[in-house]
Design a protein around this ligand. Structure first.
Ligand code: 5RP
Length: 241
């Protein structure tokens, strides 16, 4: 799988490969979304075919569900399996406390629910996602279609009152077509630059009518596996306390 990879993909693959070794037969595994998580799903598919690894996968998006089936992983929903052993997913940013920004791929809602249903969440990433303070990556917020302009206005006002960032940008597919999530909602991307108090912002955003979920993952991830362009990896655990 590795011969023709770009340096960036080699880093993602290395992290995914190392994380795939955490998975044991009999586990119920949350399967993340995005290019790094796709490497993980492929690595697990290889183990299913080559080693007879037997796992139950719960995907975090229709894209991941499709890929998981394609590579031979049995796919379930949280209705079938309400409690999972482990979720492995990518991230758009992580800080020293392992708080995350997720949702660049538009799957933050399912990703957060699946991660919260898991005994443990491990993030796989390349080292470009490591930051001192979250916020350079635009924070995705999933909002209901119903009255989304009102939610947009309310978020804008909330950000102003917190002295934060620019007005939210409605995510588009191409041209003027809005991006629609697996749940049929829209995504607003918040250009914040620097989020001084991420736990507080996560709470304040979710209080706004129409906001379904935001892409801040606070104290959910326990471990990050970081891949590098030369194919090496390192690990970081969440600081205690
Ligand atoms: C999707 C996500 C992804 O995990 C995040 O965007 C990272 O993606 P990639 O591995 O492609 O860089 O949150 O909603």
């Amino acid at each position: 799988m590795t011969e023709h990879l770009s340096p960036g993909d080699r880093a993602k693959f290395a992290a995914a490969k190392r994380a795939s070794a955490l998975v044991e037969s009999g586990m119920r595994v949350g399967l993340g979304t995005g290019s790094t998580a796709a490497f993980l799903v492929r690595c697990l598919g290889d183990r299913v075919r080559e080693e007879g690894l037997s796992i139950q996968g719960v995907p975090t998006s229709s894209r991941t569900a499709h890929l998981a089936r394609e590579v031979g992983i049995e796919v379930f929903t949280l209705e079938d399996l309400p409690q999972l052993d482990l979720t492995i997913d990518g991230a758009d940013e992580f800080d020293p406390d392992l708080n995350l920004i997720k949702g660049g791929g538009g799957a933050l809602l399912q990703e957060k629910i699946v991660a919260m249903a898991s005994n443990k969440m491990v993030v796989i990433t390349d080292d470009s996602k490591k930051v001192d303070t979250l916020g350079a990556f635009a924070l995705p917020v999933e909002v209901l279609k119903f009255g989304w302009q009102t939610s947009h206005e309310l978020i804008k006002n909330r950000l102003e009152s917190l002295g934060l960032g620019d007005k939210p940008i409605a995510r588009r597919m191409s041209g003027e077509t809005p991006y629609v999530t697996d749940e049929g909602n829209y995504i607003l991307d918040l250009q914040l630059g620097h989020i001084a108090d991420a736990p507080q912002l996560a709470l304040r955003l979710n209080q706004i009518p129409g906001v379904v979920e935001n892409g801040l993952f606070i104290a959910i991830c326990e471990r990050v596996i970081i891949g590098y362009n030369d194919g090496t990896t390192s690990e970081q655990g969440r600081p205690v306390g």
